[in-house]
Design a protein around this ligand. Structure first.
Ligand code: PHE
Length: 330
């Protein structure tokens, strides 16, 4: 018999070893050939011959089993190594998104007023004439309605042109005192560098019993708010007109691009208009059935704030959904 032990030890894979198994232990294998010689062994030696052969067979079997175990372990090790997944490897997937600059700016505005105990109110975007105009001291055919190019539906309802109708809805629902803001989308027929048909406003309204609320309160809070948003800017209240406030003002900040020197963004005036506001007109209180109260209101365009804070030159780019714009705000 050739060196069967060497054959077992020399098998380098489980497939190899299987061939060796057939060669040694198979029906036509080396051991079978040895056992076949038993019949030619003379009688008295048969027992010793058979015993020797069985011992050899058992030794080979033990060697074979050990080798098989080793090769199987090696094979498993190889598979595990080749299929391994390095979970510590940076995949480049799952990049973080970011808030849209309009959302982020709106959140900053809301945070300021919520910290001062203002409630956050909302109302429908499809409004009726009463809440959007009439109750805000804008009777039919009032020339000031032309200030707001309105989208109308066939049934006479409309897309709200400002967040001021939320003032009306809140006052109709609640009794004073009221201290609220109303953030939300508004709609006007406008489209150019600084106007889109949909944009966002934040409305503010404060109402108290008696004559507690004055223009001075309004001036203080808006000045503080604008300093919070834009840093150390000059704030200027410029007389203006809104049908729902009297007196009314538009609020300017010194241009944050040129520091008031005069540049293209501020049309060389040194000032940027950022807010409309005023003391609530008595006719508005009459429309909601309030008596003996005083209040102030203000409204601002969120996109305008976002454009100034982030130096975005074209308002329309905020709504084109171009990922390259959004990536800059991560
Ligand atoms: N509603 C006004 C606008 O859309 C803004 C405003 C609100 C002005 C409240 C005064 C008071 O232009």
């Amino acid at each position: 018999m050739e060196n069967l032990e060497e054959k077992i030890a020399g098998a380098s894979s489980l497939e190899d070893l299987e061939k060796v198994r057939i060669e040694i232990f198979g029906k036509k294998g080396a051991l079978a050939a040895e056992f076949a010689k038993l019949k030619d062994v003379p009688g008295p030696e048969k027992k010793a011959f058979a015993e020797g052969l069985n011992r050899r067979k058992a030794q080979l079997q033990a060697l074979f089993d050990a080798r098989k175990e080793t090769l199987a372990a090696e094979a498993l090790e190889r598979t595990m190594r080749s299929e391994a997944l390095d979970v510590s490897l940076y995949s480049g997937l799952g990049e973080k998104g970011a808030l849209h600059p309009v959302r982020e700016t709106m959140d900053r505005i809301i945070d300021y007023f919520v910290a001062l105990n203002f409630a956050v109110e909302s109302g429908p975007m499809v409004e009726d004439d009463f809440h959007n105009f009439e109750a805000l001291n804008l009777p039919k055919h009032h020339p000031a309605r032309d200030m707001q190019d309105t989208f109308y539906f066939a049934d006479g309802t409309l897309l709200r042109t400002h967040t001021s109708p939320v003032q009306i809805r809140t006052m109709l629902r609640q009794k004073p005192p009221i201290r609220m803001i109303a953030p939300g989308a508004v709609f006007r027929r406008d489209y150019d560098l600084t106007h889109t048909p949909m944009f966002h406003q934040v409305e503010g309204l404060v109402v108290e019993e008696g004559d507690k609320v004055s223009f001075a309160n309004l001036k203080w809070i808006l000045t503080d708010f604008l300093h919070e948003m834009f840093g150390e800017v000059e704030v200027r209240f410029r007389p203006s007109f809104f049908p729902f406030t009297e007196p009314s003002a538009e609020v300017d900040i010194s241009c944050i691009f040129c520091g008031g020197e005069g540049c293209r963004v501020c049309s060389r005036t040194g000032w940027l208009e950022v807010l409309g506001c005023g003391v609530v007109d008595p006719n508005v209180f009459k429309a909601v059935g309030y008596e003996g109260v005083s209040g102030y209101a203000f409204g601002l365009g969120v996109e305008r704030f976002a454009m100034l804070l982030h130096r975005i030159p074209d308002l329309r780019s905020l709504f084109e959904g171009d990922i390259r714009l959004l990536e800059q705000f991560r």
